[in-house]
Design a binder for this molecule. Structure first.
Ligand SMILES: [Zn+2]
Length: 724
């Protein structure tokens, strides 16, 4: 195993750890004979022995053959060969990535501060961590970062607009210009001289690195992207996958050796949690940083569970398919379990308190010991305290399950980060703590999705059902406690509840939270007090409530906004800005009576924006609509606007796949000739104009959703803001 170390003297060292990965197989004697024959033919040293091991939740161990491969580089091809040759054998430990296995085995993790003994040739004699992944007070590792971006104004360089490259390091910016040979030569010089540990790119996976590799290849020049001269650049093909109920696309990957390549535009973790959050996830999940940046958060939580299983000496069965389709708790409940949501009481309300259960689903799993092997265990069938409310399942009272054992320290660490955040005085330190706790939040969020997903390694539908049954019960208990004290519940969804009671102040809501915590045994806290909050109606039927669509003004002046255009990526910037201005105008009000007094001013804002649109002033940036393709572009039956723009890009030779994001402008929504209806932003020249009435109606809708509950109708809004 190649391990890169940064010495205390600043040297970057390529070390080799003689790590021997193992796998296990269970098979009748005849198949074992076949396996032995195959192993004798292997080109590397292999040792075997008979051992007894447990499967998760099994009462007795089974006898398995342990196969140790003394050349880690051949582990994967060898085990894949065995799996194909022996379809009737049961394999274990074959598909856990080797860097993860190495980290589990050596009790190390990515970017760990460690102590190692090396021979003169760089062989690791011993290596141990000097810190724990559960520490909260670690600093940023001493890594140097070089940034590389395209010098192009295009929202996605893959869709057009080739330019030069920009390199940033230590606050200095350099433009790489000239012909291809100049660019490669300048870049190589910078890479060799600066020798960065991290190459942080924009569009590196899908555009920059592939383009540089082609350029160097055509010129037969070397490209010094790797620090490790013995390895070539790792590539992974682009693909689409299903996550959080949406199709997402993955731009493929360019993985470097001896240096980390991170692409800001191809990393959920980096976008959601920043570099500090990504490092936090990699450390506790023990997933290599380049991999963690590009994978789903589910891989992180799965790795943590795999480590628990390895530590306990459990066998990890081979999975042909990695699970990818799962949803977050909120989406699962909204789609499959509509009954769990208490529909909001539409309209604006004042003096409202919001109470949130913290990390509700993982907390339930830990508190009630919910895990695939603890559900309906044989030992606790008759214990009333083990029974799950409403449904017939029970959970084990005697042995803590694998999932709760994995989640408990994660929950605890997040609580510690939040405490440190509350105490932090420096904004920069606070921001880092926030990124780290957000990283943990995402791991916790997906832990529930994985519990219910049948293809997940540690998933079981009964475990999932038990969690939702407990959550329903807890929500009802919370409602009961509050109503007994004269509170009215306005809305509840998953783990958030909104209450109102005339005259109640912060201390009252805190007391209520305290009592609900005592009653349920699960921590609930006051998320905030609102001067006012509006639960907004459906756009289709103004009387219908929509869960999780609201705007609220906290008593500390910040707003919380969910579900409306401002928060949506597919709304044009102009519409978002208009809605934001209307909201800013409404936020002048502290009480409902004042809110109504703001209406004339809000209407004036809408009027000005409509005027601006009608006068033809709107720019591409203000009008662009961003949509992600939910299917392969060739698979669309209906000519939606995004499809028309996609077809335009395809015709220009751009390659698109499901999950890709495209940007377009509505040019003439009702045009009989379909290509006239919309244009891709990447292909715009001077010959376009926009569809005023299409944008006008988007603008009116965005204003109306906020103003309907205050008595403004579609007709009155249209008439009172026409004034052009
Ligand atoms: Zn039991």
């Amino acid at each position: 195993m190649v391990v890169w170390l940064v010495g205390e003297d600043g040297r970057r060292i390529r070390a080799i750890d003689p790590f021997v990965p193992t796998c296990y197989l269970a098979a009748p004697p005849s198949i074992r004979e076949h396996v032995f024959r195959l192993l004798r033919r292997a080109s590397c040293r292999i040792s075997t022995r008979e051992v007894e091991r447990y499967e998760l939740g099994a009462p007795c161990p089974i006898s398995v053959l342990e196969v140790s491969v003394h050349a880690p580089a051949q582990f994967s091809s060898l085990t894949q060969h065995l799996i194909r040759a022996c379809p009737d054998a049961q394999f274990f430990h074959v598909d856990v990535s080797l860097p993860q296995r190495y980290f589990y085995d050596r009790e190390l993790f990515p970017l760990v501060h460690c102590e190692a003994d090396l021979t003169a040739e760089g062989r690791i004699q011993s290596i141990q961590a000097l810190e724990s992944p559960w520490d909260t007070d670690y600093g940023f590792p001493p890594l140097t970062i070089m940034e590389l971006s395209p010098d192009s104004p295009s929202p996605n360089p893959n869709h057009g607009g080739h330019g030069s490259f920009v390199v940033r390091m230590d606050g200095e910016e350099r433009l790489l210009e000239g012909d291809d040979a100049d660019v490669i030569q300048r870049l190589n010089q910078l890479l060799v001289r600066q020798d960065p540990d991290i190459l942080l790119t924009d569009w590196g996976d899908s555009y920059l690195l592939p383009r540089l590799m082609i350029m160097a290849d055509q010129l037969r020049m070397p490209l010094e992207l790797n620090r490790d001269p013995h390895r070539s650049i790792g590539t992974r093909k682009p693909r689409s996958y299903f996550s959080y109920g949406r199709i997402l696309s993955h731009a493929g990957a360019r993985i470097l050796s001896g240096r980390l390549h991170l692409d800001r535009h191809n990393s959920f973790a980096l976008a959601e949690t920043g570099l500090a959050g990504l490092i936090e996830q990699a450390r506790i999940a023990k997933v290599d940083l380049q991999q963690m940046a590009r994978t789903t958060t589910g891989t992180g939580i799965t790795s943590m569970q795999l480590e628990t299983a390895c530590r306990d000496g459990l066998l990890i069965p081979y999975r042909k398919q990695e699970p990818e389709a799962f949803k977050s708790a909120r989406e699962l409940l909204q789609t499959d379990q509509g009954g769990l949501v208490f529909a909001p009481i539409v309209g604006y309300h004042e003096q409202v308190g919001e109470l949130d259960f913290s990390s509700m689903y993982p907390s339930i799993m830990v508190r009630f010991n919910i895990s695939p092997e603890t559900i309906n265990c044989p030992c606790c069938r008759d214990e009333p305290a083990a029974r799950v409310p409403e449904i017939g399942h029970h959970t084990c009272r005697h042995r803590q399950g694998l999932v709760p054992r994995t989640l408990a320290p994660l929950l605890d660490k997040r609580v510690r980060y939040k405490r440190l955040m509350a105490a932090a005085t420096q904004p920069a330190a606070r921001a880092v703590l926030d990124q780290r706790q957000t990283a943990l939040k995402w791991l916790l969020v997906v832990s529930f999705g994985y519990l219910g997903y049948k293809n997940a390694r540690f998933g079981r539908i009964e475990a999932h059902e038990s969690v939702t049954a407990y959550s329903r019960d807890l929500l009802l208990q919370a409602k009961e406690v509050a109503e007994r004290q004269g509170y009215r519940m306005l809305h509840a969804i998953v783990d958030s509840l909104w209450f109102v009671k005339p005259g109640a102040v912060r201390a009252d809501y805190n007391r209520l939270a305290q009592e609900i915590t005592e009653r349920t045994g699960l921590s609930i806290g006051l998320e905030g007090l609102y001067h006012w909050i509006g639960f907004l109606p459906s756009r289709v039927n103004p009387l219908m409530p929509v869960p999780n669509q609201f705007v609220g003004l906290f008593d500390h002046g910040a707003m919380k906004i969910r579900g409306i255009e401002i928060r949506r990526s597919d709304a044009p910037f102009l519409v978002k800005r208009a809605q934001a201005e209307v909201l800013r105008c409404l936020s002048q009000a502290r009480m409902l009576a004042e809110l109504r007094e703001q209406i004339p001013q809000a209407l004036e804002i809408v009027r000005i924006y409509r005027r601006y649109l009608h006068d033809g002033h709107a720019t591409v940036e203000e009008l662009a609509i961003t949509k992600s393709l939910s299917k392969e572009p060739q698979a669309y039956r209906h000519q939606t606007l995004s499809m028309i723009a996609a077809q335009e890009l395809l015709a220009r030779g751009v390659s698109l796949q499901a999950g890709d994001t495209i940007h377009y402008i509505i040019t003439d929504a009702d045009a009989a000739y379909l290509p006239d209806r919309a244009r891709a932003v990447a292909g715009l020249d001077g010959t376009w104009s926009y569809d005023v009435s299409a944008y006008d109606s988007l603008l009116l809708k965005a204003a109306l959703v906020l103003l309907t509950p205050l008595g403004v109708t579609a007709t009155s809004l249209n008439e009172s803001t026409a004034g052009c």
